[in-house]
Ligand binder design. Sequence first.
Ligand code: KIV
Length: 271
Amino acid sequence: MSTFGKFQRVSTKTLALMKGEGKKIAALTAYDFITAKLLDEAGIDLILVGDSLGNVFQGNETTLPVTMDEMIYHTKAVAKGVSRAMLITDLPFMSYQLRIDEAFRNAGRIVKETPAGGVKIEGGKRVAETIRKITENGIPVMGHLGLTPQSIHKFGSYKQRGTEEDEANEIVEDAKILEEAGAFAVVLEKIPKELAKRVTDSLTIPTIGIGAGPWCDGQILVTPDMLGLNKEFHPKFLRYYANMAEVLDGAFRQYIDDVRENTFPSIDESY
Ligand code: KIV
């Protein structure tokens, strides 16, 4: 049995209890109502409206163009399908970096204008005071360390992070700083599994890994990626749970043939 009743909403407290009890947290992203509803009904613990929507929904090369208004638009759609999972929304690039009061106002917009239960912010020490301000005012914040896609132009590639000792130590230190600043969980993206374990063991808050090995407290994937919608994207850490590109391609081709051959609609499918 889970830590919570069937219709009770997953909260930061639930996730903390799950870490305490050694129960793994299952998280995925969503950007639309129907996917969110299916995820929620399947029993997912946490749904992230990730700014990865900039890549997988909008077709951009990076997450940088995503705006606050777009995050709010998608979160409103996703929220209509969610009754049990915890719902978290990414603060997009330039919505929290400039000033702490602006970051707080934007986090406030997310929880005031949508039913999201918190926000996610990328970065370590440099965002600690921002996280403190937001969490002290009652808005849960999830951190994000390792490969942080909003810093892609600094990194120069989407390669693994934390392979050098200095950067590994910085990630461990940053994670502790985020916990101390009030974050309720930390996403660890694309770092060595041993480093993710070191971070996980050193924190009381849960770690949610993506490309960070099996010893995190939970796992998250970008839903269109794990559904196999983009055949060109297959990093080592990604497991395909379906081959939706093939399923959809088959359905689209069949429909086109049926229309061209006038076998759709049939008389039975007509009024
Ligand atoms: O934007 C996103 O989807 C994310 C996940 C990869 C954790 O940040």
